[in-house]
Ligand binder design. Structure first.
Ligand code: DC
Length: 225
């Protein structure tokens, strides 16, 4: 059976991960959350008191950062390990979200992570979500989806997710963080989030997860038929 790579890019908290996970499960593919890698690098820098604006120190620190994805025991997904430690939950904290876009602007960080991402996708059968997957990581991905949703819908979704995970945040903090990250991610020099005509645009402000899944799978089926 022919295997393809699927790139899902878009703004923060649009439900990229939810869709990517569903598609990977349905197709028997690997789901990789590339944002988790930028978050794990950010966690390492904060834990080691390295300033997220100090590019020289960050470039040196990269030699001491090992990232791996391991299948989790409870559910059918891959969790990120930083130097052998499972940091899947820690990287979702707001203090990481507040710094990660600054780290993701740095080209040496991007080069290292893109290299790992390309190795993972070399044999196809990967659904990866992020900001530059269809432009830089897998420019030849057979299917590219660009996801968006209104600011209000996105802030509500992320807020609920964080409260459900037991995090102590306000909707205002979550909303401010989303707006700041989108602005940095879209305007940086290296690999900014960019919509071009190779993508299918998916605005899910008014779609249920099921509806968006069906739409995305109709695009997959067109390719695999
Ligand atoms: O998808 P996320 O919110 O977990 O991503 C965290 C940050 O990492 C986000 O602000 C932008 C950055 N990122 C990136 O620059 N490129 C990617 N492929 C994935 C994430």
């Amino acid at each position: 059976m022919k295997k393809i790579n699927i790139a899902i890019d878009g703004y923060s908290s649009c439900g990229k991960g939810t869709l990517a996970k569903q598609m990977a499960q349905n197709l028997g593919y690997i789901f990789i959350d590339s944002g988790a890698m930028y978050r794990a690098v950010t966690l390492y820098l904060l834990e080691n008191n390295i300033d997220v604006a100090n590019e020289i120190e960050i470039s040196k620190a990269l030699d001491h950062i090992q990232l791996e994805f391991h299948p989790s025991k409870e559910n059918n997904r891959f969790e990120i390990h930083l130097n052998g430690r499972n940091v899947e939950s820690l990287i979702r904290e707001l203090h990481i979200a507040n710094k990660v876009s600054f780290v993701a602007k740095i080209s040496t960080v991007r080069t290292k992570l893109v290299d790992i991402q390309q190795q993972i996708g070399a044999n196809k059968g990967v659904v990866m979500d992020g900001r530059d997957i269809g432009t830089v990581v897998y420019p030849d991905a057979e299917l590219k989806i660009f996801m968006t949703a209104s600011n209000e819908v996105r802030a509500q979704r992320r807020f609920k997710e964080m409260i459900d995970a037991g995090k102590n945040v306000t909707i205002e903090e979550v909303s401010a963080n989303l707006i700041e990250r989108d602005s940095i991610d879209s305007s940086r020099n290296d690999s900014p989030l960019t919509l071009n005509d190779t993508y299918h645009l998916l605005d899910n402000s008014h779609l249920t997860p099921n509806q968006q899944f069906e739409l995305a799978m109709s695009w997959v089926n067109e390719l695999l038929d």
